[in-house]
Design a protein around this ligand. Structure first.
Ligand SMILES: Nc1ncnc2c1ncn2[C@@H]1O[C@H](COP(=O)(O)OP(=O)(O)OP(=O)(O)O)[C@@H](O)[C@H]1O
Length: 256
């Protein structure tokens, strides 16, 4: 399924959070959403997930307006991992991941639900933790369980907000490889990232948000230019092979 935004704009409490955003997330791709703190990435993802209505513009899923879809249908088509998912105190890991099956209520068998939960736990390497209380997990373990909850939806479109922020380098690579595998199976993945080396390596295309506007979109090598780093982040980079490493502040005032 293809998820498109059409001239989205949103102002909340006098702040213009999104301005005239038109782009799409296509089946078979991992689209990286990057940009400075406060650029509007999470807000955009929430609108794309149908959780926040845009002031103007539309979100279309295979051409159908997302906000006119019954919530359970929308929930089966779109899986969303928020940046700050609350901890489910007292629930087991298995039960937390099972929450991802709620949109399928009464449409599939209990065995199918259990198989999806098991597969999601396997995918993030957390099946050995199934019976543990979610309250007892480390930060990185909790992040992987919450990702498993989104994977358990088995949705054709996956929207994930900073899924690797709490992960060590090996786990971060594992998760990015997982997104590439999902995309190779035909799913559309949109992922908010701050790690630009991971974005360059694993994303099919990168969309750059700055101050609520989409300032660039395309393949990583076209988008991640020295000018982009200077203009959007206020940093100069050093290049180590294909990887651009933030190296110095172009303007200390701008970057702060
Ligand atoms: N309900 C709201 N009312 C007013 N302003 C808001 C609201 N929600 C978010 N904002 C503001 O909108 C801007 C964008 O927030 P958002 O969380 O989308 O940024 P982000 O790009 O995801 O940032 P980060 O990289 O720090 O997570 C921020 O300046 C934030 O303070």
């Amino acid at each position: 399924m293809i998820l498109q935004t059409d001239t989205l704009s949103l102002t909340l409490q006098g702040n213009r959070l999104l301005h005239d955003i038109t782009f799409d997330v296509r089946p078979g791709e991992v689209l990286g959403l990057i940009g400075p703190n406060g650029a509007g990435k999470s807000t955009l993802l929430r609108v794309m997930a149908g959780l926040l209505r845009p002031e103007t513009g539309r979100v279309l899923l295979d051409g159908q307006d997302l906000f006119s879809m019954p919530p359970e249908q929308r929930g089966r088509h779109l899986a969303y991992l928020p940046q700050d998912a609350p901890s489910a105190i007292g629930m087991s890991v298995w039960d937390v991941v099972t929450l991802g099956r709620l949109p399928h209520r009464r449409t599939v068998s209990a065995e199918q639900d259990a198989a999806a939960v098991q597969q999601a736990l396997n995918a993030v390497g957390m099946s050995a933790f199934a019976d543990r209380s979610s309250a007892s997990l480390s930060g990185g373990e909790r992040a992987r369980v919450l990702l498993a909850r989104a994977l358990a939806v088995e949705a054709p479109v996956l929207l994930v907000d900073e899924p690797v922020a709490a992960l060590d380098p090996a786990q971060a690579l594992t998760v990015m490889e997982l997104f590439n595998r999902y995309a190779a199976q035909g799913q559309a993945v949109a992922v908010v990232l701050h790690d630009l080396a991971l974005a360059a390596r694993f994303c099919t295309r990168i969309a750059v948000l700055s101050e609520g506007a989409l300032v660039s979109i395309g393949p990583p090598s076209d988008v991640l230019t020295d000018a982009l780093f200077a203009d959007v982040y206020g940093v100069a980079v050093r290049r180590c092979g294909e990887v651009a490493v933030p190296w110095s502040l172009v303007s200390r005032n701008r970057a702060l």
